[in-house]
Write a protein that binds this ligand. Structure first.
Ligand SMILES: O=C(O)[C@@H](O)C(=O)CO
Ligand SMILES: [Mg+2]
Length: 265
């Protein structure tokens, strides 16, 4: 049965980060995800999860220098040692938080880059992901890759579903999966039901938001009731991350969950 996870980087921003765990639990969520745990000791996050009765569903590998605009290391030639360290650090947290999956962000490649540069990124990406998957397998953890739309994240190396599928095949690791974010897919590729059906066996995690403004899933152009029903019919057993920016107060915007008429617990 699919279950809904609160994305604490976007939801419950009315509260300080560490107070969002309790807020998510009080709102009925059983799992949480967020971008990065690294500002806090694993012990502190473990306590927050335990106190709130929550599962840690997902977080990202260290992404390089986020403040200066870096968005992941996985495809960056010359940064392999740093990438490997980031895998080890993420796995230390994953073990402490009992987190079953980690997102490895690809990094950026300028639109004007030539085919040689593209090839170097692709080769680095495949090799790095092989390393990450092998390390993660030691603690029974999955590694995820996520196509991200280039309107929100210009020059992101992995922006199309077809590219992600190509990379999964090239890496060939049993524990490497697709993080299928319907918001990004709608912006870059459209044809959401078709992508969900075709890629189903590669999907490790799903995320949702309304399009185009990344607000509540029932705000905007996409029919999430239909998509989530189809996901359930396909037999999805994983989590659906609620990764959207609430229009107003988080709690007031949760009414879309009742409209689903699907059991997500
Ligand atoms: O979709 C997103 O933005 C996230 O899932 C992420 O990991 C990178 O920002
Ligand atoms: Mg996402």
């Amino acid at each position: 049965m699919p279950r809904l996870a609160a994305n604490l980087s976007m939801l419950f921003n009315e509260h300080d980060f560490l107070d969002r765990f309790a807020a998510a639990s009080e709102a009925g969520f059983k799992g949480v995800e967020y971008l990065f745990p690294y500002a806090y000791a694993p012990k502190i996050l473990r306590e927050k999860l335990d106190d709130a009765g929550l599962e840690q569903v997902l977080f990202n590998l260290p992404p390089g220098d986020w403040e200066v605009g870096e968005r992941g290391l996985a495809s960056l030639p010359g940064r392999e040692a740093e990438f490997r360290d980031s895998v080890i650090e993420a796995l230390r947290y994953a073990e402490a938080l009992n987190c079953p999956q980690l997102h490895a962000m690809a990094g950026l490649l300028s639109e004007s880059a030539n085919s040689e540069a593209y090839k170097a990124h692709q080769e680095t990406y495949v090799k790095n992901l092989r390393f990450a998957a092998a390390e993660a397998a030691k603690i029974d953890c999955k590694v995820l890759i996520e196509p991200i739309n280039i309107r929100d994240m210009p020059n992101y190396f992995l922006s199309h579903q077809a590219h992600a599928m190509e990379v999964l095949t090239a890496v060939g690791a049993d524990n490497l999966y697709l993080q299928f974010d319907l918001y990004h897919c709608q912006i870059m590729d459209g044809d959401l039901t078709h992508h969900m059906e075709r890629q189903f066996s590669s999907i490790g995690h799903v995320q949702i938001a309304g399009v185009p403004k990344r607000n509540e899933p029932d705000v905007g152009e996409v029919n999430f009731i239909s998509l989530l029903k189809r996901l359930k019919e396909l037999g999805y057993q994983g989590w659906v991350g609620c990764e959207y920016r609430p229009v107003g107060e988080t709690i007031k915007g949760l009414g879309w969950i009742n409209k689903l008429n699907i059991d997500f617990n």
